[in-house]
Design a protein around this ligand. Structure first.
Ligand code: FAD
Length: 423
């Protein structure tokens, strides 16, 4: 890990996992890699965009050069890595042909930020990335290993094994249309590409619904993404909001150390029996149908239902699954329902999900009036309004298995249309 002053603030940075593991910061730091890539391909022929600043220097507004490449992959989670793997497999050269930009400090996508009690034994299932098994990088028998440790380890090994050109931390601020090309503006300078695979997940866009009185609550409000451990709530009354798998898992943990109230918007739908492949396909088809019609994707749990695990059965027995409907108002020290019922609370834990992190695509004006984005292509990864842009890990591909398949489809389709344009 190295550090640089950028715009007056100190930024720790590293380049690819490969380089991190080799610990050769002088030869392989981010600036070096970018400069190498820039010198590979017409570094000064696009005067409309400015040079990606080197992390060791102050960005110069007078430099008007961008790193040109064919395809930029934004995000290095499951979706971005799968896409990058397939781009490379189809013959696109790393850096010259594609680069991956990721805002997180290390490999692992959003998994690196997940709470410590989320173990390999408690995740639903993390599917292998294409070409390398999870067990090749991680001891999968050690079920009590934290997902936030194991997945980054796997992704780091993966990036290294396939020589994927991941630059981090590089945050994409906006993507703009520049005629035949797209301009990708980042906190480290600008890039120019002919196509974009956007794989930015949802973690950055936590969703908390608005309720009257939220500002006056004197206790603590936090979202799933801020949760670390149940112990910090000992002795407090916690209201857990949300009907998804994360809500159930955190309710389970918190209710073991203190008193809780569980509220959800709709009655939770528990699913009997195993989540078979047929059920999985049906769930994906429902989401795919929506995004092909330009509607926003619905929540995962609305199509999969909640599994009745041994933990859920134990929660039922402990009486912590006595769900209440949503309250209508937040008070200084609790919440109130329309019939006047009040529950005092010290903490409101919002397990209310995430939205796709797509704000940086706003200049492309991809959204329909209803707020969705009309998707097309074999696995609905291609944006109908701008076929040069694919969304992987969005809608029907918002799972580790879905992201794998969608990465292949997006890479193939994008390379095909870009290849055709060349002729
Ligand atoms: P992410 O892993 O979120 O990766 C996105 C990457 O994009 C991040 O590295 C981020 O830094 C980067 N990024 C974001 N914005 C920018 C930007 N502007 N510029 C540059 N980089 C950016 N799915 C399963 O299949 N099995 C499970 O067991 C499972 N458990 C889950 C548990 C929880 C608590 C949650 C929230 C989700 C779970 N999921 C699970 C869903 C699963 O995490 C995702 O479908 C999948 O891992 C997401 O991969 P991704 O690549 O789309 O996104």
């Amino acid at each position: 890990m190295a550090a640089a002053k950028i715009n007056g603030r100190t930024v720790a940075y590293q380049s690819t996992a490969h380089e991190v593991q080799q610990k050769r910061p002088n030869r392989t730091n981010y600036g070096y890699r970018i400069r190498t890539a820039m010198s590979m391909k017409h570094s000064s022929d696009d005067t409309s965009i400015s040079r990606p600043p080197r992390p060791t220097s102050t960005p110069s507004p007078t430099l008007r050069v961008a790193l040109k490449t064919d395809i930029i992959v934004i995000g290095a989670g499951q979706a971005g890595l799968s896409s990058a793997y397939h781009l490379k497999k189809r013959g696109l050269a790393p850096e010259r042909g594609f680069v991956v930009l990721d805002r997180s400090p290390q490999p692992g996508g959003a998994w690196q930020f997940r709470w410590p009690s989320l173990k390999l034994s408690t995740v639903n299932r993390i599917h292998d990335l294409p070409g390398m098994r999870f067990s090749e990088a991680v001891d999968t028998d050690a079920k009590e290993v934290e997902a936030s440790v194991a997945v980054p380890q796997y992704f780091a090994a993966y990036e290294k094994a396939f020589g994927l050109p991941v630059y981090r931390p590089v945050e994409v601020m906006v993507v703009c249309n520049r005629g035949e090309r797209l301009r990708i503006e980042t906190d480290r300078g600008n890039f120019s590409a002919r196509g974009v695979i956007n794989a930015t997940g949802t973690w950055e866009t936590a969703y908390i619904p608005e309720y009257p009185g939220a500002d006056r609550f004197r206790g603590r409000q936090l979202h799933t993404k801020d949760y670390r451990t149940a112990e910090e709530f000992a002795g407090k009354h916690v209201i857990v909001v949300g009907g998804g798998i994360s809500a159930i898992q955190l309710l389970d943990e918190v209710s073991r150390v203190t008193t809780t109230t569980w509220v959800t918007r709709r009655p939770p739908e528990f699913r009997e029996g195993p989540f078979t492949e047929d059920r999985g396909r049906a769930a994906v088809a429902m989401v795919e149908d929506r995004v092909r019609r330009g509607l926003p994707p619905n929540s995962v749990v609305s199509v999969t239902g909640l599994p009745v695990t041994p933990a859920v059965e134990a929660m039922l027995a402990r009486g912590v699954l006595n769900r209440l409907p949503m309250f209508s108002e937040i008070l200084e020290d609790g919440v109130r329902w329309p019939d006047g019922t009040v529950v005092r609370a010290d903490v409101i834990l919002w397990c209310t999900g995430f939205r796709s992190s797509l704000d940086h695509l706003a200049p492309l004006m991809l959204r329909e009036p209803g707020g969705g984005i009309t998707m097309t292509g074999r696995l609905a990864t291609q944006i109908a309004k701008d076929p040069r842009v694919h969304l992987v890990g969005y809608g029907p591909s918002a799972s580790t298995i879905g992201a794998n398949r969608a990465g292949a489809a997006a890479a193939n389709e994008l390379m095909t249309i870009l290849g055709e344009e060349k002729r």
